[in-house]
Structure formats: structure tokens, C-alpha cells
Design a protein around this ligand. Structure first.
Ligand SMILES: [Zn+2]
Length: 255
């Protein structure tokens, strides 16, 4: 059994066939799926989906590319959503310096990231962090504002050195489709070095479909391809990878 720990099934790309996608996931052995919001609207949508489907859970938060969606009422609204027992995390939140080059707006990203980390602490929830080309500042914030919080750096794209600092904080890394790509660069080395209790598998569907589905719409069933690659790189059986990644997800998110 597998858990897809990071997904966006509220996306309109699934509006035609969401139930079939869930059925395919079940057949592939994916027993639970966690969908993350990136705006208030999508946070409401993932919460509603989680209420309607037994196998779905939700994380709520404002993504760093969506900071214009954040105002003084946002944390109150997110807290209201998080009162539902199927809402199990704050996310995805974090920093994205790939799409944001303006230094003033990067500072706003940091402020909103920190406010949502504070919210996670108040609500005693784990955190799912998006970090794109902002590894130094993300780590600094996790070491300070994120102190004593639990969470995952989803779709990990930093260095092995940064990963070691992340693990030292007790945070996990999330691994997705890019691990299966030919140009996966430093990722194989990082997952090889990762302690077994520090890795989660995820799809980030509809984005980042793994080989052999690369370029197509991604879906939770394909998380098995990520697990297979992990097994190959780490010299473990698929069963073993399934067992410990599922256990890690259950421990982090209290499933
Ligand atoms: Zn995502």
C-alpha cells in the first residue's frame, strides 16, 4: 500500500474524471491521498473533496506564488477550515524565487510563510513546504520560525548538504516524478543518503508525471513509479519502500 502525500486533485484537469482517477489509484495500491491548497479558494476545494471521499485528506495554505491572495483575515479562514478532522496539515506554503525575482515581494513571501508557520504551531499541525530556488532562506526560516514544528520539504530540489540540515531538524523530504527523469541530477545521491524515516513519496499531480508518463497529466496511481525508482536506487524491495514511506506519512500526518 502507498500514500500519495502531495497532490492537487481539486485542479480542473480532474473535473471530468476525478472518480475514475481515484479508482485507478485504489487499483494501483494507493490507499490515501493528501491534496494541498495553494489559495484560499483551492484550500476550500481540497477540504470539501476530503469530506466527500474517504481516502482523501487535505492541507490548507497560501502558496508563495499566490501571496496576493493573503490578507489579515486569511489565517482565521485557514484555521476555520483546519477545524475539520480531514484537514491534517498547513500547506503548501513556502518560498518561490524561481518565479519571483523582485526582492521586496520575496520579503513578503517570507513574512507570509512565517505567519503560516505560526498558524501551524497554534493549531499543532505539520507543515508542507514549497521551496523553489530559495533553499538558503527556507532553511533559515525553518531553523528559526519553524523551530519545533514538524513537516516536509515537498518535491525536494536542494543539495545533499541542505537535506542533511533539514533531517537534523527532524523534517522529511518529499520525492516525486523528477527522481525518475534521466536528468534527475543530484536527487539519486540524496535519496540514497536519506535515513529511511526521512522520505515521503508524492506525485504533485497534475504536474511532474514520472517516467514513463512524463509530459502527460500526472495522477496519484503513478506514485508507484516513484516508489519503484526509490527501491532501485536504494537497493530495496518495492514492498519495503511502500512499508516505510507509508509509515512515515502516517507518523507525520497522524493518519
Ligand atoms: Zn504542489
Amino acid at each position: 500500500m502507498f500514500i500519495d502525500t502531495h497532490c492537487h486533485l481539486e485542479d480542473e484537469k480532474f473535473s471530468e474524471d476525478r472518480a475514475e482517477v481515484l479508482e485507478c489509484a485504489k487499483i494501483a495500491g494507493v490507499e490515501k491521498i493528501i491534496n494541498f491548497g495553494s489559495t484560499l479558494k483551492s484550500s476550500i476545494a481540497v477540504t470539501e473533496l476530503a469530506k466527500n471521499f474517504f481516502e482523501l485528506y487535505a492541507g490548507v495554505g497560501i502558496h508563495p506564488e499566490e501571496i496576493d491572495d493573503f490578507d489579515e483575515k486569511t489565517c482565521v479562514r485557514l484555521a476555520e477550515l483546519a477545524a475539520d478532522k480531514k484537514v491534517i496539515a498547513i500547506g503548501e506554503i513556502g518560498l518561490d524565487y524561481h518565479w519571483e525575482k523582485d526582492s521586496a515581494r520575496r520579503l513578503i513571501q517570507q513574512k507570509i510563510f512565517i505567519e503560516q508557520l505560526d498558524l501551524a504551531r497554534q493549531l499543532n499541525l505539520p507543515v508542507c513546504v514549497h521551496d523553489r530556488e530559495a533553499h538558503g532562506d527556507t532553511l533559515k526560516i525553518l531553523q528559526t520560525a519553524g523551530k519545533n514544528l514538524r513537516g516536509v520539504l515537498h518535491c525536494y530540489s536542494g543539495s545533499l548538504e541542505t537535506a542533511r540540515e533539514v533531517w537534523k531538524l527532524g523534517w522529511l523530504i518529499g520525492v516525486d516524478g523528477p527522481l525518475t527523469f534521466k536528468n534527475s541530477a543530484k536527487l539519486p545521491e540524496i535519496v540514497k543518503a536519506a535515513p529511511r524515516d526521512m522520505i515521503l513519496i508524492e506525485t504533485d499531480a497534475p504536474y511532474l508525471a514520472p517516467t514513463p508518463y512524463r509530459g502527460k497529466r500526472n495522477e496519484p496511481a503513478y506514485v508507484v513509479e516513484v516508489a519503484k525508482k526509490l527501491a532501485e536506487i536504494r537497493g530495496e524491495t518495492l514492498d519495503k519502500v511502500a512499508a516505510y514511506t507509508t509509515a512515515n506519512a502516517k507518523t507525520l500526518y497522524g493518519l
